[in-house]
Write a protein that binds this ligand. Structure first.
Ligand code: PLP
Length: 390
């Protein structure tokens, strides 16, 4: 449906025509394998692990339609998507160039697994092209980055990184989880492969773990071979739920963009709030770039994620979190319910305190994943919790 807008494609794209047995929604195909067809190759056989079932096809077609890819593959988790994508293009002796601040699980994968596979990692500053040039080697194969980094919500020079990868024949892979296709579509900006933890916004209902990778036919065929062999396929029932969640993505993320901005504005400058990190605020270091990429070029907003630093002690910070009545205290993000957590105790707990400090993550930081609750209720709740700590 190339002529329709993103909102319309989110509702309709991917569904087969004619519909299966006339069913409006593609049902769950709860069968592990399918009858053989004459002449089919191994990777085309109907089998859940090979991601060739109707539930996989519908979802892959929808993902392509919303991010402008030629092909997509769904996986059992976001980690399965990004690890399979990296391992599809880097092998023993090769090197991966990556931005320094990364999702905790990805950081752990780079530090322990990639090194164990003999793959070198070069961390760069995503704002400094001279640093990318300096660290480029003849064996660098992959450039890896994230659209918005957790938990300071930094937005690197994404078009610059994509162009650098293209000039140097690196495969560029970007984790677009935090932005969602509503706010940023990496392929439009020259990236080769967009990966998501679909556990978060794409599903949006906090009830499955899933992932995906979207790109060209050629790139995704290589990722699919890795997923086929490493085994990180998505279960058909989870695929059905993810497809259901994606139909309301535009509504949910539109609301989350608006509410996060309103909440960030309400908290900025308030007593006991030292800093608000949200790319939609003019005070954010990457605001101008975020506005250009997410709002002007993508027609979206600044996302649903923000973080604040409490002006006080770690005890004050914990008392503030405890005094919140609407947000649930839980890790993860991107669902309909507002969640809060302290990165030092959750996503970045595995880092050493000095590593956290180097990344700008004080122990008094609170990360907020804005849900779809009434924004006035949310603002009032955060304000009363701040007042409770004086
Ligand atoms: C959650 C997350 C992941 C990992 O996804 P899982 O679905 O938990 O495997 C990767 N990247 C980002 C940015 C995430 O938020």
């Amino acid at each position: 449906m190339p002529d329709h807008t993103l909102d319309t494609r989110l509702v309709h794209a991917g569904e087969p025509w004619p519909r299966v047995e006339g069913a409006v929604v593609t049902p769950v195909f709860q069968t592990a394998m399918y009858l053989s067809r004459p002449g089919e190759a191994y990777h085309e056989q109907g089998y859940i692990r090979l991601s060739t079932t109707p539930n996989h096809r519908v979802l892959a077609d929808k993902l392509c339609a919303i991010e402008g890819g030629e092909a997509a593959i769904t996986t059992s988790s976001g980690m399965a998507a990004l690890t399979s994508a990296i391992l599809a293009f880097a092998g023993s002796g090769d090197r991966v160039m990556t931005q320094r601040a990364l999702y905790g699980g990805t950081h752990g994968f780079f530090e322990s697994e990639l090194k164990a596979f003999g793959i070198g990692v070069d961390a760069v500053d995503p704002n400094d092209p001279a640093d990318w040039k300096r660290k480029l080697t003849p064996r660098t194969r992959v450039l890896y980055c994230e659209t918005i980094t957790n938990p300071t919500m930094a937005v690197g020079d994404l078009p610059g990184l994509a162009a650098f990868a293209m000039e140097n024949e690196l495969v560029s892979i970007i984790d677009n989880t935090f932005a969602t296709p509503i706010n940023f579509r990496p392929i439009e900006h020259g990236f080769d492969i967009s990966v998501h933890s679909a556990t978060k916004y794409l599903n949006g209902h906090t009830d499955i773990v899933a992932g995906c990778a979207i790109g060209s036919e050629e790139h995704i065929a290589r990722v699919k071979h890795r997923v086929d062999h490493l085994g990180g396929c998505l279960d058909p029932h989870a695929a059905f739920l993810l497809h259901r969640g994606m139909r309301t993505l535009a509504l949910r993320v539109g609301r989350q963009n608006e509410s996060a901005l309103a909440l960030a504005r309400a908290l900025e400058g308030r007593s006991r709030v030292a800093t608000v990190n949200y790319p939609g605020l003019e005070s954010h270091a990457d605001h101008v770039r975020a506005r250009r990429l997410f709002v002007e070029q993508s027609g979206g907003g600044f996302g649903g994620m923000l973080s604040i630093e409490i002006d006080g002690s770690v005890e004050d910070t914990m008392a503030f979190i405890a005094a919140l009545s609407i947000p649930l205290k839980a890790p993860s993000l991107g669902g309909v319910e507002t969640l809060v957590g302290r990165p030092a105790a959750t996503s970045h707990a595995a880092l050493e305190p000095n590593e956290r400090r180097a990344l700008g993550i004080p122990d008094t930081m609170v990360r907020i994943s804005t849900g779809i609750e009434d924004v006035e209720d949310l603002k009032a709740d955060f304000v009363q919790a701040l007042e409770r700590i004086g």
